[in-house]
Design a protein around this ligand. Sequence first.
Ligand code: ADP
Ligand code: MG
Length: 446
Amino acid sequence: MRSKESFHEDHVQVLKFCLFPSPFPVRWYSLAVSVQKSINIMIHRVAHDNQFLAEAYKDIVTIDEFSRNLYDIHLKVLRDPKAQSTCLGHFRSDYMLNQDPEILRQIEVNTVAASFAGQSTLLDQLHTYLSRKYPFMVLSEKKSHCSESLRGLALGLVEAWEHYGVADAIILFVISDKETNLCDQKVVELEIMSIQSKANVKRRRLNSLNEHITLDEDNILRLDDQEVAVVYYRTAYVPKNYGSQSAWDARLKLERSRAIKCPPIKYQLAGAKKIQQLLTKKDILKKYVSTSEGLDEIYSTFGAMYPLSRDEEGDQAIDMALRSPEKYVLKPQREGGGNNFFGEDLTDKLLQIKNSEERNAYVLMELVKPVHILNHYITSDKKLKERRYVKDEMSLELGIYGVILANEKKIIHNREAGSLLRSKVYTDKESGITSGSGFIDDIFLY
Ligand code: ADP
Ligand code: MG
């Protein structure tokens, strides 16, 4: 991975990883895998329920400029009959295992910030290699798990490209100015080549894209002179990804185009924390998932979530959190890590927003107290230079990927698509790898 702190185009360094696969109970892993296809469909259906989205975003758009910009683009796309109606989703549903009682808890579903599908498979291979080379790694020898995440993502992109059906059209990866995840993306590009050699990938920065893309009268998207079949966003999910109005203009063009987006803006909107909070109400959830599709199983993974709306329900949630801040986490409408408030910060933030409309943009979630295990992590962190590997107590966050290609009338493909395990030092609050905390890990099922 490229370093965030000392970014240089030509420098990559070891992505922090766990030396051994971490033990994870097969029972909870299987539950997470078994519901993934229904989670894909759930997001897809929510994204197509315009009334529900309008209601959910009603208060948020008045106070959160970023959400308003996204929602405005969504409305413009809805009014454009030539915009592509087939959607590609590559989601990652993240979970932690609560210790007491032992129960799987969904943390969130990522609809854009779902990286590391490439590196997750590579880490599996690394662990397999290490276990053969160093027989003392007994645990790994018995390893019964291999993440198909790289193949799953690449196949999804190729299927979308095939669905678009133009042999010389390209797949466009939209990246950030200082893209740290180059390697994770490059392996996906290579995998695409191995599945379908005709599907060429080009990578372009969102902030310098606008002058290079055009829409013709049929909303065909061209990058310079090349038709674009699929747009795969690796950026565009936090405000700082949009350097100027030109990035927003580019986003609108991409969204209005005939190219298939991964994800289209409606999927991004459906992945917001506010929607997640609403879906923890079973009456709402059952509109999007039926009993035979796993309604109860999905619901069983949800922890309590509360709106901070300016009404009795919101007031009660705020009182509750101020009384016991150690039991909750406060979340804004963002993805990608480093956005949440815990403990004293949560109290300070709540006191600050309590009497303003701003509170509508947050949700409160019950804190998971996760199981912890011992592992070693390998890091190129300068602060730890003397100790390249460190033994510590870790907690785990399991991610299950899902791929869906669908439009309003038809589900074309829908699959569970491999897994990712991320570990963090037990005392750290967040396990986002891109945002600086957390290690990429791999599962030893038991
Ligand atoms: P983001 O979209 O920014 O990644 P998340 O909801 O995934 O937001 O939260 C970021 C991190 O914070 C998670 O990866 C997890 O480590 C921690 N976290 C989030 N929600 C909880 C929770 N309910 N209990 C414990 N830790 C949590
Ligand atoms: Mg997250």
